[in-house]
Write a protein that binds this ligand. Structure first.
Ligand code: AR6
Length: 233
């Protein structure tokens, strides 16, 4: 089945048979294209080694807060990870279901965040990037993948907005329409967000201080969702 995406006229597939939007809550036209969507990875839980149990609690808490704020707006959030075995996805899903969070506004999804439309037929207008303080390409994980997929356009557009980022903060970057991420995937904005770091081999390591770490992770999700709301409205 082919249908048109909202951001341009490139026809996109509907979700493939094996792909599903795992619903933290119940019911609804989950693959509908005209819902303004933010896809985001779990902040700090891979390279930055943040504890998954604590991170999943915070994701559910912050999503719940956001969803209760947006009311009936046609927007939704998608927590994405690469593997069907993703621990963070299954933990978040379980907790979100237990707390009945989402009401058709929050989903988990398995896929490469840089290929959601071309590989999965899923239109996401905005994607989040868990970046580094220099806002530079490379490193690993999502940051490397997004800068690579977006081409030099993203680096240039990012520099116009910010030179550096502090932990807990986010910066919204409109993608030039010449970026491959825009043309191929229909992504119009990237929101860079910097989470707390628990990895001693990376800058600003919190050395296991989860008091500070949890506070920064909460701030990071607040900044990310705030940034998304600022362009969704
Ligand atoms: N699509 C979807 N999810 C992904 C992808 C992808 N292409 N790649 C990774 N993930 P990480 P962090 C998931 O390590 O822990 C960078 O080097 C991954 O499985 O990207 O915040 C930056 O420059 C995990 O669930 O981010 C920073 O220095 C989540 O994305 C540092 O790593 C986050 O993993 C940030 O570390």
């Amino acid at each position: 089945v082919v249908e048109k995406s909202i951001t341009n006229e490139i026809p996109v597939k509907r979700l493939g048979k094996g792909d599903k939007l795992d619903i933290a809550s119940t019911s609804g036209d989950v693959d509908s294209c005209n819902i303004y969507t933010l896809a985001f990875p779990s902040i700090s839980t891979a390279d930055f080694q943040f504890n998954l149990e604590r991170a999943s609690d915070i994701i559910v808490e912050k999503v719940e807060e956001f969803v209760s704020r947006i009311g009936k707006s046609k927007i939704r959030l998608l927590l994405v990870d690469l593997s069907p075995e993703s621990k963070i996805l299954s933990m978040v899903k379980t907790k979100a279901v237990q707390k009945n969070v989402g009401s058709n506004k929050f989903f988990t999804f398995v896929g490469d965040i840089t290929r959601l439309r071309s590989q999965k037929g899923l239109q996401c207008n905005v994607i989040a990037n868990t970046t580094n303080w220099r806002l530079k390409p490379g490193g690993g994980g999502v940051n490397a993948a997004i800068f690579k997929a977006a081409g030099p356009e993203l680096e240039i557009a990012t520099k116009e907005r910010a030179e550096t980022l502090s932990p807990g903060k986010a910066v919204v970057v409109p993608l030039p329409s010449s970026s491959p991420l825009y043309t191929r995937e229909g992504v119009t904005h990237v929101i860079h967000v910097l989470g707390p770091n628990m990895n001693p081999q990376r800058p600003d390591c919190l050395k296991g201080d989860y008091g500070k770490g949890c506070k920064i992770l909460r701030e990071a999700y607040s900044s990310l969702f705030e940034g998304f709301l600022s362009i969704a409205q």
